[in-house]
Design a protein around this ligand. Structure first.
Ligand SMILES: [Zn+2]
Length: 344
């Protein structure tokens, strides 16, 4: 099979298409013929290398893909050849107490397809059947590829935030993959959205997705004050953040009493300043969130399959343009998802 691999850490030039043997599936696994995969910030970090990541080479990235079942292992239940499927990239032991209680994201052995193990940037990928969901015939594969990872991530964040319709939700970094989904999903589920973003194009996009107030933090570095005024000096109920360091302090300050900040990433850095006085006096909660449980995955995908949430696609590349796709993912001006299609 053709696969987009890295043999060592580095820039977009390190991603090369090579011929590899087909992955050999275990009894609990399914072999998927990949049709569309997406890039995420994680693919850039994995390619560049991170202090905490000990990668073995060659490595195949992508934690977000859709395709058609080509082969099933003997222990696979409920999935058949030819079915169209989407994956949840979080892999766990499926035996420990956390896994058996229904939340495999808390498993001590939790790993990511595309980061710790080979992902979907290839003609074929293998995935445990427990991490799959069938895609209804009426739904376009490309729409699912463009939404699955961000939808399941944001869905869990909203659950962790104890979100209810009518709440005022601040989405920081609103122009990114997670951000555009956070704006859209919060709005679709009945929330009121304030979005913080960095360019005119992104402002327009997030407004279109349902944000009632959009602030360009580059034009208005003191954006926290604006949020505070807009909330009638009460603060927002929830902050959804994937940006981290550069927005952390102002995000915490924007929360109402009892407010909750949920973070799923730190693209700008991991060392935000926390005013502890603010945390105890306003009884704030700072909540981490990573990926989604099986139930959350199903519920998030049901929202996608229902057509209520639309994909925000920045650009679609062919497989042999993988280097250009990586370059676009690194470009801060991209809005929404970067997809790669694999033609037969
Ligand atoms: Zn486990």
């Amino acid at each position: 099979m053709r696969a987009a691999v890295i043999e060592k850490h580095g820039g977009p030039n390190e991603v090369k298409i090579v011929e590899l043997d087909l992955p050999r599936i275990r009894p609990n696994e399914v072999l998927i013929k990949v049709k569309v995969f997406a890039l995420n910030r994680l693919d850039i970090w994995t390619r560049q290398g991170m202090p905490t990541l000990n990668l073995s080479f060659p490595h195949i990235g992508s934690s977000e893909f859709v395709g058609i079942i080509e082969k099933v292992g003997d222990e696979v239940v409920d999935f058949n050849l030819g079915e169209r499927v989407v994956i949840n990239a979080g892999i766990a032991c499926r035996r420990c107490l956390q896994c058996r209680s229904g939340d495999h994201t808390l498993c001590a052995k939790f790993k990511m397809i595309g980061e710790h193990i080979w992902g979907g940037a290839a003609e074929y990928a293998k995935v445990p059947w427990t991490n799959l969901l069938k895609i209804p015939d009426s739904v376009k594969l490309i729409d699912v590829a463009a939404t699955s990872l961000t939808a399941l991530t944001v869905y869990r964040m909203l659950k962790r935030a104890n979100f209810k319709p009518g709440m005022l939700v601040l989405v920081v970094g609103a122009g990114g993959g997670i951000g555009t989904m956070a704006v859209q999903m919060t709005y679709v589920l009945g929330g009121r959205v304030i979005a913080i973003t960095s360019s005119k194009e992104k402002e327009l996009k997030v407004k279109e997705l349902g944000a009632e107030l959009v602030i360009n933090y580059k034009e208005l570095p003191n954006w926290g004050r604006e949020v505070w005024n807009y909330s009638k000096n009460e603060g927002v109920d929830v902050v959804l953040d994937s940006t981290g360091e550069i927005v952390w302090e102002a995000s915490l300050r924007s929360l109402r009493k009892g407010g909750r900040l949920v973070t799923c990433g730190a693209t700008s850095g991991g060392l935000g300043k926390t005013n502890i006085h603010l945390v105890f006096w306003k009884q704030l909660s700072i909540i981490g969130s990573t990926m989604a449980s099986d139930n959350e995955f199903r519920e998030a995908m049901a929202l996608i399959f229902s057509g209520k949430i639309h994909p925000v696609i920045d650009s679609t590349f062919q497989f042999n343009e993988i280097k250009e796709a990586h370059e676009r993912q690194e470009d801060p001006n991209h809005i929404g998802k970067i997809l790669i299609q694999i033609e037969d």
